[in-house]
Design a protein. Structure first.
Lengths: 179, 170
């Protein structure tokens, strides 16, 4: 095992705060309460900060470092097809797609949710429907994200959930490393 | 010929992604339609046709994904070979692998071995332990019914030259 410091404190704080706040709003907090609104604002602020961090943050947090091309995607799926084990130090190409998807979906939820509180859009059905569709999409995405993280951890032997807690990826010595 | 097939990979990946979204939507729609009536709702022709279409789409996605995985396995070994001879040899080798029932990992290991990589090199390229590669290689030899690397190569080369040694070996 070799340890690599990958995730900076902000990325980890962002990840787990988003988990807690999204779970709170989707599952526990009353939908038309003020708590629901404030949690929504907090999520919006977090996502905006994360997007800024994607331009100015350390290497592995930057979009420029992890937004994948078709070549990288092809190679990762090829590794899965041939059962080859290669570890990505930062986000994997498929994982990066999921991050972009989740960030955009969170923004869409926040915007549609905010519109529901404005005079102009209050009580208008399609806004409410958009909000619910995006939330359902986010829930499906979260399930897919968790399943993919477990699959990749099993496939490569790198404990990815642990890395998102400690910031350090422990990579088995016989594995190949990409980047 | 083999080139054009592999140029389709990004297109195929995109298609699978879009179709998965559509399939998820239609399945969700069908499940909503079926609702409290359970399977009896399928007596409604409209719902039955919707359900059938959704299932057909799902099986198309499964089929495409398997095809994509095949293409990617090919690509993993053909990256630097463009000659027709290399492509033809590769076809024959893959046909044998299929017949022997090699797993994707065993096929990958066998391909590296045929290309002359040592066990240590194969392990490094695949990111696995040498012991794992040895075990996989032994399974390949056992399934092919040969004693070792030389015999495996002989079998494949003979077949390429038109002498169906495989019939006698099998």
């Amino acid at each position: 095992m070799t340890a690599y410091r990958i995730w900076d404190p902000f990325v980890r704080l962002f990840h787990w705060s988003l988990v807690a706040l999204f779970a709170a709003n989707a599952l526990f907090v009353e939908d038309d309460s003020t708590a629901h609104e404030w949690i929504g604002y907090a999520i919006a602020a977090l996502v905006v900060l994360r997007i800024l961090w994607g331009f100015v943050g350390p290497r592995h947090a930057r979009f420029a470092a992890f937004l994948p091309g078709t070549r990288a995607l092809t190679e990762q799926i090829g590794d899965i097809a041939t059962r080859r084990r290669r570890a990505h130090l930062g986000h994997t190409p498929l994982g990066a797609l999921m991050i972009v998807n989740l960030l955009l979906t969170m923004l869409a939820i926040c915007i549609s949710g905010y519109l529901m509180t404005t005079d102009a859009f209050w009580g208008i059905e399609w806004v409410e429907e958009m909000h619910e569709v995006f939330v359902t999409w986010a829930e499906i995405s979260v399930l897919a994200h968790v399943a993919a993280v477990l699959f990749e951890s099993h496939r490569t032997g790198v404990n990815l959930p642990r890395a998102m807690v400690t910031g350090t990826k422990r990579v088995p010595d016989d594995i190949r490393i990409v980047e | 010929m083999t080139r054009s097939k592999e140029d389709n990979i990004p297109l195929l990946m995109g298609l699978i992604a879009v179709q998965s979204l559509c399939a998820a939507f239609f399945l969700w729609d069908v499940l909503n339609d079926i609702g409290p009536d359970g399977l009896r709702a399928l007596a409604n022709l409209h719902i039955a046709i919707e359900a059938l279409a959704a299932l057909a789409l799902v099986s198309a996605i499964v089929f495409e994904t398997r095809y994509l995985m095949r293409l990617l396995r090919r690509k993993a070994h053909l990256e630097d070979q463009v000659s027709i001879a290399a492509g033809a040899f590769h076809e024959i080798v893959l046909a044998h692998f299929d017949r022997w029932g090699l797993t994707p990992a065993e096929a990958d290991v066998a391909m590296f071995t045929i290309k002359g990589f040592s066990i240590a090199e194969t392990a490094r390229l695949r990111g696995s332990a040498e012991g794992t590669v040895k075990a996989q290689l032994n399974a390949v030899y056992r399934k092919a019914g040969v004693s070792g690397r030389g015999a495996l190569l002989g079998l494949l080369v003979d077949d390429l030259m038109g002498a169906p040694l495989i019939e006698r070996a099998g």
